[in-house]
Design a protein around this ligand. Structure first.
Ligand SMILES: *[C@@H]1O[C@H](CO)[C@@H](O)[C@H](O)[C@H]1NC(C)=O
Length: 174
């Protein structure tokens, strides 16, 4: 099996002028390294995001929506929740924010339509993470939490799939 893979790689590398596209990329986590790591990986396409900020403090909780279903809340529901639900053909293409060595203080989720959800405090260091390839969007997040607040966040990107399913269309028409 290994030999077959090697041969195919060589054929692909020498037989075409185009390199094979790298479909996935990972933006390493920013923030603190302690706590339990969770993944939001889920079937379907991301259609919404909900974040709990706490006045004058760090980000407490985060939840993503895939198709019609919200994932389990990562962190806690302390503070003020902010929600963004996406339009058709709207995808997360950048995450920015502020962090220190223990927590995430601010999160900005930017979409391909130029809209964004901005939550939290301008305290600490800035970060800006993007997919490595043009035409990619967010698939899921890796998040560390002490069960209370969000300690770190990392992002997994891949090329945009066809996410314009009838289920999404139905939601957007409401
Ligand atoms: C959402 O939940 C419904 C009902 O449990 C399930 O049938 C569907 O497959 C779920 N969709 C996703 C994307 O998880």
């Amino acid at each position: 099996m290994l030999h077959i893979c090697l041969i195919i790689s060589v054929v692909c590398a020498t037989g075409t002028t185009m390199p094979l596209p790298d479909l996935f990329s990972y933006s390493p986590a920013v923030g603190g390294g302690s706590g339990t790591e969770y993944s939001t990986a889920h079937e379907g396409c991301i259609t919404g995001i909900k974040i709990w900020e706490y006045s004058g403090s760090y980000i407490y909780g985060l939840q993503l929506k895939y198709d019609t279903n919200w994932t389990t809340i990562i962190g806690s529901e302390n503070g003020n929740p902010q929600v963004m639900e996406f339009y058709e053909k709207e995808y997360i293409t950048q995450i920015s924010g502020k962090y220190d060595s223990s927590y995430i203080y601010e999160l900005i989720f930017v979409t391909n339509l130029g809209r964004f959800l901005k939550v939290g405090q301008p305290a600490g260091n800035s970060f800006n993470i993007y997919p490595a390839q043009r035409g990619s969007d967010l698939r899921f997040l890796s998040i560390r939490t002490n069960g209370w607040a969000i300690a770190s966040i990392g992002a997994h990107w891949s090329v945009i799939r066809n996410c314009d399913m009838s289920v999404n269309t139905a939601i957007k028409k409401v």
